[in-house]
Every structure is written in structure tokens, then in C-alpha cells.
Ligand binder design. Sequence first.
Ligand code: AHR
Ligand code: AHR
Length: 517
Amino acid sequence: MSISGWARRTRRTLLAAGAALSLAAGILVGTATTSTAATQQPCDIYAAGNTPCVAAHSTTRALYAAYNGSLYQVRRASDNTTKDIGVLSAGGYANAAAQDSFCAGTTCVITVVYDQSGRGNNLTQAPAGGAAGGPDNLASATAAPTTLNGHEAYGVYVAAGTGYRNDHTSGIATGDQAEGMYAVLDGTHYNGGCCFDYGNAETSNNDTGNGHMEAIYFGNIKVWGYGSGNGPWVMADLENGLFSGANQGLNANDPTVNDRYLTAMVKGEPNQWAIRAGNAQSGGLSTFYSGARPNVSGYNPMHKEGAIILGIGGDNSKGSAGTFYEGVMTSGYPSDATENAVQANVNAAGYASSSGATGPLAPGSRISLRATTACCTSDYIRHDDADSQVVISAVDSASTAALKGDATWIVRAGLADSSCVSFESANDSGQYLRHSNFQLYLAAGDGSSLFAQDATFCPQSGHNGQGYSFQSDNYPGKYLRHYDYIGYIASDGGSNAWDSATSWSDDTSWLVAAPWA
Ligand code: AHR
Ligand code: AHR
């Protein structure tokens, strides 16, 4: 059987039953109780509060009870064709199975996040800006799997370099006009780069001065404002400053928030703005700031320009990381009561994720990883004793004990993401499989976040239908591959020789075998 849809941060789990792998919880996806169609979704709630959505973006669900159109578009690497992904029913969840089948055996990126408001404020690949060239990268369509009340869906996974934008919008606040916005994010995926934003920015892709932006920011950069603890924090990007409160620097009322699913809100009107946030899975919102505009020239009145950004700063700064599931922008300053009702709706959407790998890839398992390409079905991933390279070579029962050890790995919870995996050498304790310049090496962990990311791989069903493919945590378009018998992370077509599309599906598919040592 095919092992469909296994990926990190999902409830779908694989169990080993003897030699056979069977899909366990994944089967429940198809039989989960279909929730009664909501009579009100977030944008219906904002409309009832007289602050209608003027942009509504989500790859996971409809944000209007009546919405029955496309949520987003994906493009696959194998033939560069695109497909719109819609909803299972009006007002319902994303049809992730349509993506799974379109992207089977290849990789997909998200090319468009459609605007559900009817105003055409779609988000597409961000162009170059004053701070960084472009166009920006597109998000892997499979890097942020999630479930909503048991229905599978995918978020927008922003690795550094990824960004979406719309510079020609309709109905978005300009000047000092009032607006509100919320986003549901992964509170555990962030960094200290500038600037993982969702909201209002410059139409020129340049920093045009204080007050020319008003966006939700999430992360732990401390260059401008910051809050209590070590972060991450929800702040407002008002241009030339991330504000955690009245002014830059520390505002202790803005706490560290790292809920797996996080609702973040920013709103602004003449000489008044606010930050609110809460756990998207349960409970209400807290107000971390509500008050006057910063006491610095340019922010009162504001000079909003009305472009929309996702994953980047106003000037296309793109060093940031985060994950976006849904969000809207409104016309008018939403009341706290309206936002509280939106938060209740988000709670009811039932966002949930997996607790990590199970079955043959459960942390602590000793395994060997066998290639599936026809050339190489007796070959296993092993490290070289002569150097630190990682290669594939034949191993059999007559092999030396050293070789058997070199081809054996202990599965660890992913160093950068515990729902994924890392591979520690069975005979070189403390040394892990990691990539560097996209080649695989065996190296000792150094405690850095770069090492952790380079050594973390997220298992998915094998691209050729066999075993598993292992997606790089920090380069989600790349998978663990052998090429000319050497180990790499590789995309399906790309600039390096080892990104060759020939045999990519086979070269990136691995069987989990009994450990040689
Ligand atoms: O305000 C913080 C950042 O500063 C903005 O996002 C960017 O445009 C500028 O570099
Ligand atoms: O392998 C790609 C990148 O190359 C790694 O993330 C980094 O360690 C090195 O610069």
C-alpha cells in the first residue's frame, strides 16, 4: 500500500506491523466526523462587527461560511504545472488530498494564496526590494502539515528567503485609516531575522519611512522593540521599528508566546493601536498593548501604503522564518468583542499536530537505510572512516564489523524539530548525519541552531512509493539523496549536479531496514 501523506507535525502516524507498514491514524482522516458547516467564519464575524475583511488568506480553511472557491495554488517540479486547491465543502477545510495526489512523486511549492474577500488581494511571489533581491523563494507546499478537526491541511512554511506580496491591492487601509488583522502561526517556528510579517506595507518594496507599515510581526529579533523573556514575541512592524508597546526597547507587558498554534493580532486607528494574542487551540486573547502611537516622528499620523506582505519586511528583508496558516486584514478598527469571537472560531477550527515520529522511525530505534534505485538496492547510507563524507555502498552479512557499524544509525528526535528525526551514528556517538553546502557529512553536534537544522530531516512517504523520503528541515525543497554514490540534500531539478531530475524520486526514497550493527 502507499504510505500517503506522512509528514511532520501531523497526527498521521505509521506503525510497524511485522515487516509491513500500515497507515494507522491516517485512515481516520477520511472517516472523521464532518463538522456541521459553520454559520459564521472569521470574516462573517468581522462583517457583523462592521469591520469587514478586505483580505482573507488561508491554505487550511474557508474564512467565510459561504466561501467555496480556491484557497491556494501549488506548482509541481516534475512538469511545472499548477493546480488550485479548494475546499472540501463551502465554508470548510482545504482539500489537502488534491494536493497530495497532484504532488505525488515530486515536490510542490505554493505559488498563490488566494484572497477570499472577493477583492483580488492574492499573495504571490514577492519581488526584489530595497533590502534584498528577488524574486523571493516560494514555500514548500508540504513543509507545514497540520490537521483541523482531523482534516489534513498544509500551512505556508517560510524559511529564510521565502516571501509573498501584493503591491496592487484593493480596499486595504492607506494613510491613517483604521484597520485590524489577525494571523494563526506556528509559535515554535521563528527566528531572529528581519522580519516575519503579515500585514500592511509599502507598495514600492522599499523602506519609505516611519509609519509606512502596519503588520503583525512574530519572532525574537531584538534590534528594535522586544518583550519579556527570551522571545518569540508578537510585535507590530510599523516600519523602522518592531514595536512591543508604546515605544522601542523593552515593553515588559509583551510576553514570550510560543504556543504551537498561536493567534496574533494587531490593529490601528488614528493615534491608537493594539497587540493581542492567544493560544489558537483554546482559551481567549490577552491584550499586550493598547494605547497611543509611538512618540517618534512619522508614526502619528500613520502613512500606510496598503500593500500586503507575508514572511518578509516592508523593504523585502527576508532573513526571517515562520509558519502561517490563516489570516485576514479588515477595514475599520475591530472591537475587542469581535476579535474575541474570531478567537473562539479559531479555537473551534481544531488545529492540531502530531507528537513525533513513530514506528520504525521512533526515536531510539536502531536502523539502516537502504537505497531503492535499481542500481543500488544492496547499498546502505554509511559514513566513511577515511573522511567525514557520507556515501552509499554495499553491505552484507560478510561485511566487516566496522562497515556494519558505519551503516547503522540511531534515530533521535529531530534536533531542530522534535516531530522530525536526526540520525546519530551507531559507532561514533554524538556524531550526526548533517548537510553542509548541501553535501552530507558525519559531524559532532556543536549546539548551534544551524547544526540542529542541518541535521534534522522530516520523513514523508517515499517519492517512488517505497519507504520514506527525508525532507531537510532548513531547505524544505531538498531531500536526502544519493548521487554518484555520495550523499546530498537535493531538489527535483536545480543548480547542482546532484539536483538532477533523472532518478530523483528513486534516489530520494529509502527503505528503513534492520540495523546491520
Ligand atoms: O520595521 C522593521 C523593518 O525595517 C521593516 O520590515 C523593513 O522594511 C525595515 O528594514
Ligand atoms: O548544506 C547547505 C548549507 O551549507 C548548510 O545549512 C550550512 O551549514 C552550509 O553553509
